[in-house]
Every structure is written in structure tokens, then in C-alpha cells.
Write a protein that binds this ligand. Sequence first.
Ligand code: ARG
Length: 265
Amino acid sequence: MSDRGLSRRQYLTTVGGTAVTLSVAGCSGDGGSGGDGGSEQTITAGTAPGFPPFEMKEGGELVGFDIDLLEAVVEQTDYSFEGWEEFEFDSLIPALTNNNIDVIAAGMTINEKRDDTIDFSDPYYSSDQAIVVRADGDFAPESLSDLADRPIGAQKGTTGEGVVQDELVGQEITESQYNAYDNYVLAIQDLENGNVDAVVIDVPVANTFAANRPVEVAFVYETGEKFGFGVRTDDDARQEALNAGLSTVREDGTYEELTQKWFGE
Ligand code: ARG
């Protein structure tokens, strides 16, 4: 249970420093010399910006909680970090299974449907869904049934879209009243414009939009979601390394520092 890559790395680091760590790790068979396309011992990460404060662009730069957290976690492993690739959210799982990236860090909820195609690290954040409306107070729904016959938005491929499809379409609203966006920023813009009357989105992201734009959380729909880093199903080595790294950054205070930095918690 505790016999993971990390403890070996810590041991090697103590004894011999970085050079020894890397060369020994390279022979350890962790990444497999049998070839996953020359990408052994490296991690290229994929994300979908426009999901503040988890990942967003600021002055052209990719920043956010997921960015800092994954980089801190990878630093605790034998893997070298190769950088970030950006996708729309619904392209992340295909990018991972096609080997374009090795890890997804995108506020991605661990769920059974995704678990069929990919694997996840241990959870690193919890969330429910928020129903966000314009802050002018004209429309103040308190439950899903109050959304009847209203145009509703969410990002394609998300669990927010899942709530709309499973709980609203065909019941409170028609299929054409659901507006699917490539990006939540566009959904929030359309909410401000009056093109939709509500957006279903993860609570911490809803709070961030509400702090910066003329929108507010009308109510929370409890889903009990947990975010994890996505890895390929056959990639036990990276999964274990990320889990060990996550528990280290939780123990050494880095995780708390980052939640304070990005959520003020
Ligand atoms: N947590 C939700 C999900 O997993 C939304 C994630 C959206 N992430 C993003 N980077 N746009 O479906």
C-alpha cells in the first residue's frame, strides 16, 4: 500500500540526488521500455480553459488551481512535466485515449460513464451543480421545476449538461430549449445577453463568475461530484504516481496553499 514510486523516489533523492533518481527511474520499468510512443517518464497534460478558477487564460497565459496543483503533483513524481495542451472539454477524453496527452486536469468529475473509457486519480476537489441566473433579480428560480419552459445553457460533455439532459429536457423544457456551448464562458455571455435564462455549472466556477460578472447563483442542485485527474485505463504507473504525489502535496501543505490562493478557503 505504501510501497509506491514515491517512496522509492524519496529514498533515491535522499541518497543520491536528482541525477540518480532519474537514471534509476528510467530503468525501473515504470514507464515501460516496451514503448508507449517514447513518452515514458514524461507527462503532457490537457485542459479546457474557460473554467475559472480551475483553468483560464489570463493575458494569454494558462493559469488556475488545476494548473498549479497538477504541476506540484508531477513535481513529486519521477515524471518530467512536458507542458499543457488546450482543448474544448468534450475533446479531452479522445485526446487522452489517442495518446495526444497523458493526463487530464480539467475539473473533471469522476463518474461511471467516464470510468468505462479512462481511469482517474484519487479525488482532489468536491462540487455540486449551481443554477446561475442574471443578477438583475427578474428571474429567481428555487428548484429545477421553476426552470420550466426557459432556455437553459451548459457546456457540451459536462455533468452540468447531464443534469439538463436527465432532469429537464423532455420534462421541464424541450430539446430545443437546451443550448449546448463549447465553452462555459460563451454560456455565461449568452446568459448576460438574455439568450438563455439559466446556466447549469459547477458551484466553485459559478461563484467565480458571480464575483466577476453580472450573474448570481439562484440555487444549488446537489450532485456530490468529485474531481480527479484522468489517465489512460492501462496506465497504472502514472495513476499510482499521481496518487502518491497528491497525498504528498496534501501532507506538506501545498494543497492547502493552493486552495487558499484560488478559492480563498
Ligand atoms: N465537472 C464538470 C464535468 O466533469 C465540468 C468540467 C468542465 N471543465 C472544464 N475545464 N471546462 O463534467
